[in-house]
Design a protein around this ligand. Sequence first.
Ligand code: NDP
Length: 259
Amino acid sequence: MASSNVSSASSSSPVLAGKVAFVTGGSRGIGAAIVRRLARDGAAVAFSYASSGAPADELVRTIEAEGGRALALKIDSADADALKAGIDRAAGHFGGRIDILVNNAGVLHLGPVEQFSLADFDRTIAVNVRAVFVAIQAALAHMGTGGRIVNISSTNAERMPFAGGSVYAMSKSALTGLVQGLARDLGPRGITVNNVQPGPVDTDMNPASGPMAATMHGFMAIGRHGHADEIAGMVAYLASPEAAFVTGAGLNIDGGFAA
Ligand code: NDP
């Protein structure tokens, strides 16, 4: 059999041992699952949150109790200066590097176009789009060859089959163009950049028991909400050395929502 030049970790060394990750919005939901998974895979993980100090501190304690390293930082992603400063601080705390950036923090404002406020429009753009760009710029200052950038987009970047979601869908489809362009900028540096596009996932943002759940399941081939750990598994793959040839992609993990 031909040998592969893909590096793999030995059985005694977790796949992300020695790596440093930064995850935005890691206190709850999908972000918390990503933080836990990257830490279990051996990375030191810094993560931001907007207001959930108690769950963030609890997550740090859990990871440390399992022998991992974690750092929680209160940063509103809409505050570009604070976000950049937080990423710089995380890099300094963990030895001067960021190997993996996961842009997960996001907001969901739904509503008919006639009543949609400019404040909600601006907040959506600030958190779901501008902060992704700001975090990427900040992390790149600390990122070397083999770096990984993963954005949590949405299957709504490709399909928005119900009314009221236009601004959210726009914010997520903006990330499609961003990663396609950035893949070209960063490929020569050996850095990959991809979007993970979940379908409905059971979190505070979109509970499996919510009023829209049955409607959403009707659009899907696998009619259920996803689990945050399932999304974290795809992120862990993209963050790993094995995914070195995946870049500029939008990967659906949506139970067939966009099929
Ligand atoms: P949740 O609302 O359950 O959790 C959001 C997380 O992001 C929290 O940790 C929250 O912090 C943090 N956050 C929110 N706003 C900010 C901000 N301005 N600055 C810093 N952190 C912030 O969301 P989900 O876990 O469901 O969603 C995570 C991502 O996945 C989002 O980008 C979302 O658009 C995307 N997504 C979600 C889907 C779903 O069905 N759930 C489907 C497809 C995509 P705090 O706890 O402090 O508020």
